[in-house]
Ligand binder design. Structure first.
Ligand code: ADP
Ligand code: MG
Length: 253
């Protein structure tokens, strides 16, 4: 058996708010094989984002262990977490978090400026342009976010998340601000990236139909995993899109 890319054992996370302790995670254990596309579902407050922030090395557990490619990273301090995070993990959020007066390609290039493997401007440019093409935005690389629709902005954010060649892509409700057709398009992009580049993807959503684009659904309730099952027939974004009525003219938001 290959080492799982992610393994967590009995993860707990508590927050102290004055004299109240909030138990965000109450003993989460699971493994993810490299190349998996997993989705995480559950009610608001069930611990999904807390779990993802720990996987993304943005936060550390109160107790329990996190093995990233077999290495126990649970005790890493902030600096070591940051180094590992920049190397291995890309993030996509519900709000696209793009710099407003900056072109798509410059937004994508940005993480390369903070990389520990500095690239020359021409290389940075070529790489970013290639990623924009891979998410279907090759023609719009010189547009600024206000000239792009929400779905297009999220594609830019996905390209930016991939520019340092992460092995893991973490997406916290990436379709939360998008209509259903645009959400399906984003899931299509993510399915392709997962297949073609073998990127491990973990995506939070509170919509069951979106969750079914993944290969495995992990359901949280009150800080615990209450269901974890393979999707027997993964939804295919391409099929869904063909079945939908033609889109309204896309208006930049
Ligand atoms: P979800 O993403 O499923 O909505 P979260 O992981 O954001 O849930 O939150 C789980 C619980 O932890 C909630 O009760 C939330 O209020 C609490 N929580 C999350 N982050 C913090 C924090 N930084 N400080 C205090 N409580 C927090
Ligand atoms: Mg959340």
């Amino acid at each position: 058996m290959d080492t799982p890319i992610i393994r967590v054992a009995d993860l707990h996370k508590s927050y102290q708010l004055g004299d109240v302790t909030v138990h965000a995670l109450r003993g989460v254990s699971l493994e993810l094989a490299r190349g998996t596309f997993a989705t995480v579902v559950g009610a608001s407050g069930s611990g999904k984002s807390t779990f993802m922030n720990i996987l993304g090395l943005l936060d550390h557990p109160t107790s329990g262990q996190y093995f990233l490619e077999g290495e126990d990273v649970s005790g890493f301090d902030k600096d070591r977490r940051a180094v590992l995070r920049n190397r291995k993990i890309g993030f996509v959020f519900q709000s696209f978090n793009l710099l407003p007066r900056t072109t798509a390609i410059e937004n994508v290039e940005l993480p390369l400026l903070y990389s520990d493997k500095p690239a020359r401007p021409a290389e940075r440019h070529a790489k970013s342009q290639g990623l924009l093409a891979a998410v279907g935005l090759g023609e719009r690389s010189h547009h600024t976010p206000n000239q792009l629709s929400g779905g297009q902005q999220q594609r830019v954010a996905i390209a930016r998340a991939l520019v340092n060649d992460p092995e893991i892509l973490l997406a916290d409700e990436p379709t939360g601000n998008l209509d259903s057709r645009t959400s399906i398009e984003i899931m299509d992009v993510l399915q392709r990236l997962n297949r073609e580049r073998s990127i491990t993807i973990i995506l939070i959503t509170h919509e069951q139909d979106i969750a079914e684009y993944g290969q495995r659904i992990i359901a949280f309730r009150d800080g615990r995993v209450v269901r974890d099952e393979a999707v027997t027939r993964t939804r295919e974004a391409a099929e869904e899109l063909r079945a939908l009525p033609p889109p309204e003219v896309e208006v930049a938001t």
